[in-house]
Design a binder for this molecule. Structure first.
Ligand SMILES: [Fe+2]
Ligand SMILES: [Fe+2]
Length: 368
């Protein structure tokens, strides 16, 4: 029997209210994080809500005829949408309207004007509230690893929007608990803590950071070099924040044009990272070369064989393993053993010696 919860369209966000320009701005902010539908009027969105329940609704204070707050009340009275997270956008000065709208459960305020990272983090934490709440019960080091990397990731979104350099020391600090957890073989709650989280780029990046740190640790890498693997993992795909959700999360094969867009995330990431003066070179290698393959069929440069150092080889193994075993909007995660089988068949493309070490490590740790 299907329940109201089953009918919720995962990662789909409805946007209503405010001016067309404001809705367009919100659409740009949502890009890569969520699919979205924009509605010009209360009538339009109400018709749509009769047949479909989104993950969240974004409502502006300005909406005719009853105002954004009035619409919030209407949404809450509807059996199907009474618990749907709502992000309410309003100007701070309109305190009465804000108080009215936020008097309902699961209504989260974003004050205008807002920054992209702030908006996305409020929306994401409203959608993922129950998942992030469970982190409070996790052992302290792993809890810190989860919370610190998420907040670091959200602040990076703001910096990228403003064209400001990413402060490497802050990213390093946010990864310190992750490295500590890995070194103490105490990291499983980190992986399980994000398994249901819907900020895909964050989840993938944290999983890559965790597996790269584990891989480095098993190879005897320590200190700053281990930190480079961890931060490199967290930062390796930040350029994906510019890739539209429908390309990033497309279930089938990408068209040629879409693939060009997808591939651009590597140069985008490197451009952002190059702004940071104290960034270790290894982080740039992880970010710039994680899609290269030993036989030269990778991107963006088609580097082959000896041109790919150990760091690049490790990064490509971990990125592929994580991508295959990630949970996606359109698919359940592939089990690790099956992912490894697929990768063993990528003979000319991946460093099989490194892959064997990684496989051993997973088997020993019964990691995932
Ligand atoms: Fe990537
Ligand atoms: Fe990646």
């Amino acid at each position: 029997m299907s329940t109201a919860k089953d009918d919720v369209q995962k990662s789909l966000v409805f946007v209503v209210g405010g001016s067309p320009v404001q809705r367009k701005e919100i659409a740009q902010n949502l890009q890569s994080f969520y699919m979205f539908e924009l509605f010009n009027s209360e009538t339009e969105i109400s018709e749509r809500l009769a047949t479909s329940v989104p993950t969240a609704i974004i409502v502006d204070e300005i909406l005719s005829p009853m105002g954004g707050a009035g619409f919030v009340a209407k949404v809450r009275k509807n059996e199907k949408t009474k618990t749907t997270p709502i992000v309410f956008t309003a100007e701070k000065k309109n305190a009465e309207i804000i108080a009215e709208a936020t008097s309902y459960e699961r209504v989260f305020l974003v004050e205008r004007p807002f920054k992209r990272g702030t908006f996305v983090s409020i929306l994401s934490s409203s959608v993922n509230a129950s998942i992030e709440k469970k982190w409070d019960d996790v052992e302290p080091t792993q809890q810190e690893a989860l919370k610190n990397t998420l907040s670091s990731f959200n602040s990076i979104a703001n910096l990228i929007q403003e064209g400001e350099p990413i402060p490497y020391d802050k990213v390093r600090d946010s990864c310190a608990p992750l490295v500590e957890a890995v070194q103490n073989n105490n990291f499983k709650a980190i992986l399980s803590g994000v398994s249901e989280h819907d900020n895909y780029t964050y989840v993938h990046s944290l999983r890559v950071a965790t597996f790269l740190s584990l891989f480095g640790n098993v190879l005897g890498i320590k200190g700053d070099d281990l930190m480079t693997l961890s931060t490199g993992g967290l930062l390796h795909d930040v350029g994906k924040m510019h890739i539209p959700h429908e390309v990033l999360n497309k279930p089938g094969k990408l068209t040629e044009d879409e693939f060009v867009i997808m591939k651009s995330h590597v140069n985008c990431t490197v451009d952002f990272l190059e702004e940071t003066s104290d960034l270790p070179k290894g982080v740039l290698i992880v970010a710039g070369q994680h899609h290269e393959k030993l036989d030269g069929t990778g991107y963006p440069y088609g580097l082959a064989g000896g041109k790919l150092n150990e760091l690049a080889r490790m990064a490509s193994i971990i990125d592929i393993f994580s991508a295959i075993t990630d949970r996606r909007v359109y698919k359940e995660p592939v089990p690790p053993e099956q992912a490894l089988k697929i990768m063993i068949n990528m003979k000319g493309q991946l460093d099989q010696q490194f892959l064997a070490v990684f496989r051993e490590m997973l088997l020993d740790a019964a990691t995932v």
